[in-house]
Design a protein around this ligand. Structure first.
Ligand code: ACO
Length: 379
């Protein structure tokens, strides 16, 4: 095809590549729905376990269905012993690299290894939902020379995650906020990591491979890594009154303000609202309201950019919540991954159900018909 006949969609911006029944996003209006349910209702009234069930099965569960699903998740929390050895081997890497390695290794221990049917993929994905929090927390313990905290067999998903940090049962409020964070992160259509997972599944590879690749895609600062950078920015700003100057300096140096902007949302990311409330309440409760004030100072300074469709995204308020919960900065992206496993799982299942190899084209802009010169004659 001649180059003037090619329409290039760099970054696949605005390209629909398949159909999905999982997540609806209206970027102009700032609407997000999982399986037809508005994210605001799910954030207010649902739990991570119920939302994960909804994403995977397409309907809200009855109490009996939810209880069964919850038992399945709790039963799968313990990690195979050898995974601790794998984690120990790579413990000095960034937690996302450790998570990627451990999830890849978990494929070898899964009872349905080699079965890539949609049913087995759902079972494996659910087991990953249970195991990933344990990997993140076990690594954090091992790298500090401590024994990993054994998962609780009774606490909910979010409370168990917080419990595994130091072995202390979290307050109901802290667990609820973590749970809300997981609900908000559970899926998000064809974002970079889910697209990556689908591309891997498109070759009929297994869900562990797809999630491993998804974790790699999520780790970058243009995607999940932004929460870590927002916290760094908040620390550098130091006081609410410094926020405006800090943002001005950043923008005048043509740098980006982390936690702002989104490929799809040109209105405020609807997930940010709930985390904003979370930061406000948590920072006041903990006697550190300046964190919320610093973030609002950045929001104020960014107001002129709203006209260009640059608003806060989900990562902007998340980092301070994790910080106030006692998580070190390099665990922020893994927390995102903990919440996202049901989303990656269902995207992979959808892909497998109507599978097609994902294989776009690249427009070649290099040379043609060059003479092959023997190495001895090259200058
Ligand atoms: N701060 C300042 N300017 C911005 C920002 C920002 N955070 N985001 C976009 N812009 C500007 C760009 O400089 C560009 O301006 P220009 O046209 O004058 O060059 C314009 O907006 C369009 O930006 P693109 O990078 O082309 O938009 P894209 O859709 O590719 O980018 C992205 C989306 C990568 C998220 C971008 O907004 C960004 O880098 N944000 C900061 C990182 C971040 O918060 N990532 C988390 C995203 S949410 C998530 O993954 C969960």
């Amino acid at each position: 095809m001649k180059s003037d006949e090619i329409t290039l969609h760099r970054g696949l911006q605005g390209v629909y590549f398949d159909r999905s029944e999982t997540t609806f996003i209206d970027g102009k209006q700032g609407v997000l729905e999982y399986r037809g349910y508005n994210i605001h209702d799910l954030a207010e009234y649902s739990t991570f376990e119920e939302t994960a069930y909804l994403l995977i099965h397409g309907i809200l569960p009855t109490q009996a269905q939810l209880d069964e699903f919850d038992s399945e998740l709790k039963a799968a929390r313990e990690l195979p012993e050898k995974i601790f050895d794998v984690i120990d081997l790579v413990k000095d890497s960034h937690p996302m690299d450790v998570l990627r390695t451990a999830v890849s290794a978990l494929a070898s221990f899964d009872p349905e290894r080699g079965d890539n049917s949609p049913e087995a993929t759902i079972h494996k994905g659910n087991r990953l939902t249970s195991q990933v929090p344990g990997i993140v927390m076990a690594h954090h313990a091992i790298r500090r020379g401590k024994d990993p905290v054994k998962p609780s067999s009774t606490l909910g998903h979010a409370a168990n995650f917080l419990y595994m940090l130091e072995g202390n049962e979290p307050s109901v409020d802290a667990a609820n906020l973590m749970d809300k964070d997981f609900v908000l992160h559970a899926d998000h259509g064809s974002n970079a990591s889910a697209f990556t997972a689908r591309t891997v599944a498109g070759t009929a590879a297994d869900v562990h491979g797809a999630v491993t690749a998804g974790i790699a895609a999520l780790s970058g600062p243009s995607h999940g890594g932004a929460a870590e950078n927002v916290m760094q920015m908040a620390k550098e700003i130091g006081k609410p009154e410094n926020a405006a100057d800090y943002v001005r300096d950043l923008l005048s140096n043509r740098q980006r303000v982390m936690g702002f902007g989104h490929r799809v949302y040109k209105a405020e990311d609807p997930r940010a609202r709930h985390l904003r409330e979370g930061v406000k309440n948590l920072s006041e409760e903990m006697g550190q309201p300046e964190w919320y004030q610093i973030l609002e100072g950045v929001v104020d300074a960014m107001k002129p950019y709203a006209r260009r469709g640059i608003h806060v995204n989900v990562d902007f308020f998340a980092g301070v919540i994790y910080y106030l919960n006692g998580f070190p900065q390099d665990l922020f992206v893994p927390i995102f991954a903990v919440g996202r496993i049901p989303g990656w799982t269902i995207q992979v299942v959808e892909q497998l159900q109507h599978n097609i190899l994902i294989r776009p084209l690249l427009q070649y802009t290099g040379e043609h018909d060059l003479d092959y010169v023997p190495i001895s004659e090259r200058g």
